[in-house]
Design a protein around this ligand. Structure first.
Ligand SMILES: [Zn+2]
Length: 317
């Protein structure tokens, strides 16, 4: 039996046919017409993509157990409605009903993309069969997915599990959500770039400046590369960034006490340079560590490029 996983992003819609073991048999993508006034344009592009996936794998729609979709934003998984997606022009879109207009009777499951990715890691990835997981993506924003006793926690109307919008600094940096001092405002890749820019402005001789000039821009990698070369200001930026991420994940770990905190998203590609100091931070700051509370492991998420498709497919399983 096969599953189709669809990952809707601001730039492209990726889709794949996945078997029960989590192997992607075939994948393809279409551009997301994110600025379209009519959401039906994107829906018909998704239908086109699904048909393409079926054709290339010689499958009929009746061979497919179900369709899972991971979507950025607030998603009502019970009603099958995209309540609001800020990356795409989707407001109150009954996407499950719309997909069923094209594929009548196909079971369709939708969820927030971070939630889907957390499930994907639980099914197929670096937290396979682990029962309690906090998944954190460090990308343009900070998304979180929470799995408790093997089940996704979503809260009322699926509006919960927004760990990126918990405050780590009262009256701090403004956040896209309207509050100040959110975890996201300090730990996203965008925030890391802002911190790097500020450090370059203060340290005209830092290696970060040379790296940025060579690459033509300041990115989330700039400070990590400089730090690896022993640049003092770069090390300072990375240390501060680790502290911000550390505070956010310690807060989440103190509430949920998961077996593991998984780090995904673009910044997680720094690997051990990020994960090792985060583990140390967690060991030093988690509640009750000195008194025998269990250790919370910090690991890099493993599904990387295919996380969206496999996460979406996991919604069906
Ligand atoms: Zn916020």
């Amino acid at each position: 039996m096969y599953i189709i996983g669809i990952d809707i992003g601001g730039m492209s819609v990726k889709g794949g046919v996945v078997d029960q073991s989590g192997t992607i048999i075939y994948k393809a993508s279409v551009e997301t017409k994110a600025n379209s006034d009519d959401y039906r344009v994107i829906i018909s592009d998704i239908a086109f993509l699904i048909n393409k996936l079926l054709q290339h794998t010689n499958l009929k729609i009746t061979d497919v157990k179900g369709l899972g979709m991971g979507i950025p934003g607030t998603i009502d998984s019970v009603k099958g409605v995209i309540v609001y997606s800020n990356n795409i022009n989707f407001i109150n879109v009954p996407i499950v009903a719309e997909i069923n207009k094209h594929f009548n009777g196909l079971p369709v499951f939708i969820n927030n993309d971070a939630n889907a990715a957390a499930l994907g890691e639980h099914r197929f990835g670096s937290a396979k069969d682990v029962q309690n997981i906090v998944f954190v993506t460090l990308g343009t924003g900070v998304g979180t997915g929470i799995i408790i006793e093997g089940k996704l926690f979503e809260g009322k109307a699926s509006a919960g599990a927004e760990g990126g919008h918990t405050v780590i600094c009262v009256d701090g940096e403004p956040c896209s959500c309207g509050r100040r001092g959110c975890f996201e405002a300090y730990a996203s890749a965008v925030a890391l770039v802002r911190q790097t820019k500020a450090a370059i402005a203060e340290n005209p001789f830092t290696l970060m400046k040379t790296i940025a000039e060579e690459k033509g821009k300041i990115s989330g990698r700039t400070a990590f590369i400089a730090a690896a070369h022993g640049d003092k200001a770069g090390i300072q930026v990375v240390d501060n960034y680790v502290k911000y991420v550390g505070e956010g994940i310690v807060n989440l770990a103190n509430i949920f006490r998961p077996d593991v905190v998984l780090i995904g998203g673009g910044v997680s590609n720094e690997g051990d340079a990020l994960i090792n100091p985060l583990q140390k931070y967690m060991d030093g700051h988690c509640y009750g560590m000195q008194n025998g509370n269990p250790r919370v492991l910090v690991k890099k998420a493993s599904l990387t490029n295919d996380a969206g498709i496999l996460g979406a497919a996991s919604l069906v399983l």
